[in-house]
Design a protein around this ligand. Structure first.
Ligand code: ADP
Ligand code: GN1
Ligand code: MG
Length: 365
């Protein structure tokens, strides 16, 4: 068990440590909400995170990315009359001015201001929430459209290179490290049948037909803080994967998670489908901002991007299952297989609804 009091004292010295509690439902980092008390007895919270350095091999570059992007966003938010402390993350440095603290075991810790009176959701409470998320992710891309990409390191190389993800799956099948390939023949077949789909977005980007933008790359519903009072998306969080990418990565990943009628790890697949109603509200919100800057090819890529992001995520869960659950945190046996199955069910559903999804995008162009 980490010595939270000591770790926090590397960042904050003018408040007393009360306690640290595990927080959130992320699959990658370890997140804690930490309560502190000042001399007057006022209690405040901070977010303490242990960066997963198995996943993020360059925590120094990663933190430089986050500080660079949030500093840039803060200036824009302030210029637009917004609240820079609430509408983007604030990194609290260590007492010696570093953006993380490395403990004796080689763990990297970072601290953010806690954005209060805001919540994250694991599924949509209502359509309006999702509409507001669409606006927020659209604005995020818009605000970063003139960010100098040469300042960004690729925190996970080829993160959304679906072709390479597919190769990794094939390797995992061949190696069968955990001896599970026999259990997932149906899922393997489902993936292999769709190999040709993996290249669609990569080809558009690499041929220059579709531009690289600064994208978030992990636009799950629980990576956006929603204001408790107004229901509006106020802050895009989890900035570890901000890197150059395709606009449809963010659109697609939002649909993958937020437009699903069930949880990502639902075991009753009859509950899993992609809601066209939720697809439409998200598209309406996102495009109300993004229609200003998207190229025709990018518009065309949105619906297909939703399918490919979902397929890619399914492949990644399956690969991790075959490799013995080394990447995503799991909370039960076969958790990654359950996650893979929901993604493949969504892919199947999207294949049937693709025409309607394309029509919806056209409506808000
Ligand atoms: P992971 O990479 O593991 O997904 P996140 O950075 O998304 O980690 O954080 C996990 C959860 O912690 C989020 O879903 C959100 O609920 C909460 N959270 C993270 N940062 C903040 C913050 N600055 N203020 C309030 N809540 C936060
Ligand atoms: C991970 O960190 P979190 O839980 O927001 C993953 C995403 C996946 C997602 C699936 C760095 O996101 O790429 O889409 O799980 N993040 C990383 O739920 O791999
Ligand atoms: Mg997250």
């Amino acid at each position: 068990m980490a010595d939270f009091q000591f770790i926090v004292s590397r960042f904050i010295t003018d408040k007393d440590f009360l306690h640290a509690l595990p927080y959130g439902e992320g699959h990658i980092n370890d997140t804690y909400s930490v309560c502190l008390q000042d001399d007057e007895g006022v209690i405040t919270r901070i977010i303490l995170q242990r960066i997963n350095h198995y996943v993020f091999k360059d925590p120094v570059g990663l933190m430089n990315n986050i500080v660079g992007v949030t500093t840039f966003l803060k200036e824009k938010i302030a210029a637009e009359g917004g609240d820079p402390e609430r509408e983007t993350l604030t990194v609290i440095p260590t007492t010696t001015g570093e953006y993380f603290y490395k403990d004796g075991e080689g763990n990297y810790w970072r601290v953010y201001k806690f954005i209060e009176n805001a919540l994250t959701y694991q599924s949509c409470r209502n359509a309006e929430d999702f509409y507001n998320c669409g606006i927020s992710f659209g604005k995020f891309q818009q605000m970063l459209s003139d960010y100098d990409t040469t300042k960004l390191v690729e925190t996970i190389p080829d993160f959304h290179n679906t072709v390479k993800r597919f190769e990794a799956l094939k390797q995992a099948i061949n190696e069968d490290k955990a001896g599970r390939a026999g259990l997932v023949q149906e899922e393997i077949r489902f993936a292999l049948e769709r190999e040709k789909d993996a290249g669609a977005l990569v080809e558009l980007l690499e041929s220059g037909k579709m531009p690289y933008r600064v994208t978030h790359n992990d636009t799950k519903l629980n990576n956006i803080l929603i204001d408790k009072k107004t229901g509006k998306g106020i802050c895009v969080i989890d900035l570890d994967t901000v890197m150059p990418g395709a606009a449809c990565y963010d659109f697609g990943d939002s649909i993958r998670f937020g437009a699903s009628t069930a949880a990502e790890d639902e075991t009753d697949l009859s509950k899993v489908s992609m809601s066209l109603e939720l697809f439409e509200v998200f598209a309406k919100g996102y495009l109300s901002v993004a229609r200003e800057f998207l190229t025709p090819v990018e518009f065309e890529s949105l619906a297909i991007g939703a399918k490919i992001m979902t397929f890619e995520c399914g492949i990644r869960f399956l690969t991790d299952y075959l490799n013995g659950d080394v990447y995503f945190k799991i909370h039960r046996e076969h958790h990654n297989l359950d996650r893979c199955r929901t993604q493949f069910k969504l892919v199947q559903d999207m294949e049937q609804k693709m025409g309607l999804m394309q029509e919806i995008v056209k409506k808000y162009r």
